[in-house]
Write a protein that binds this ligand. Structure first.
Ligand SMILES: [Zn+2]
Length: 259
């Protein structure tokens, strides 16, 4: 049973042109699937990972990049929502795809998104962990860089901002350092795991958070990368801030060129 779920990885090549190729990759989530839309571009420097299906400004920013700023895009789709659903015994269990990179994270995201459910199917945590392992494996072979670059959007009504990482706010223990740039919207910021990258972005007067060396294990990709010494950058912009996110992507492109 477990083996069937993991091997149920289907790849359909949809379109190949001289400069780009688009591939759909399907992953099983119990009796449901989710699809990764993978766009590969010539001479791409890294692959951008978009975990949240409802965060579309980041995708528009990617699509607005000039030709010389070349990334690939690895974008998760299921229901155009932040969460994904795993279906087992005709019931859907919801989870945040950015909380699945540890078993602790999976257990807490399942509790958070399925309030009222007391007993979960015994295999569900393991199956979602296998999904996240496969997802990373499939991503890694399509990423031409040692960095993992993720793209996210937040909303203006308090979902996430640079302020959350400053003492005494909710995530201050998750940050080793925070730089607040003058004249920049606090919803547009970078989160990095390497001190070098923090200093680089700070010198450019960009909002940036340096993740703590010992962050709380919430199952997010940044924490997974921190633990596994994988250099990581999250490019986080407010919904609708397409131009700002285009500039942020260009900044990361230049940073990667010298790393
Ligand atoms: Zn997100």
């Amino acid at each position: 049973m477990k083996k069937t779920l993991i091997s149920a990885l289907l790849i359909n090549v949809v379109l190949i042109t001289a400069f780009t190729s688009n591939t759909d990759i399907s992953f099983r989530l119990g009796a449901k699937t989710c699809t990764v839309k993978y766009q590969e571009n010539k001479k791409s420097i890294a692959t951008l990972l978009s975990l949240h299906d409802n965060e579309n400004t980041a995708i528009e920013a990617f699509n607005s990049l000039p030709k010389e700023i070349s990334f690939n895009l690895f974008e998760i789709h299921q229901a155009n929502e932040r969460w994904l659903a795993y279906r087992i015994h005709q019931k859907d269990y919801f989870f945040d795809p950015n909380r699945i990179f540890s078993k602790t994270g999976i257990d807490s995201t399942l509790k958070k998104y399925n309030q009222g459910t007391v007993i979960f199917p015994t295999e569900i945590t393991t199956q979602i962990k296998k999904f996240s392992d496969t997802l990373l494996k499939v991503f890694n072979v399509r990423n031409p860089n040692k960095y993992i670059i993720s793209i996210h959007n937040n909303t203006n009504n308090g979902a996430l901002s640079l302020i959350d990482y400053i003492k005494p706010n909710k995530y201050y223990k998750e940050a080793k350092d925070v730089f607040m740039a003058g004249g920049k919207d606090l919803d547009d910021f970078f989160l990095v795991t390497e001190l070098n990258d923090f200093n680089y972005l700070k010198a450019l007067n960009e909002n940036v958070v340096l993740q703590s060396d010992n962050p709380n294990d919430d199952g997010s990709l940044s924490v997974y990368c921190g633990k596994n010494k994988i250099p990581y950058i999250n490019i986080e912009a407010e919904e609708g801030h397409k131009n700002q996110q285009v500039s942020m992507l260009k900044i990361v492109y230049d940073l990667l060129k010298i790393r």
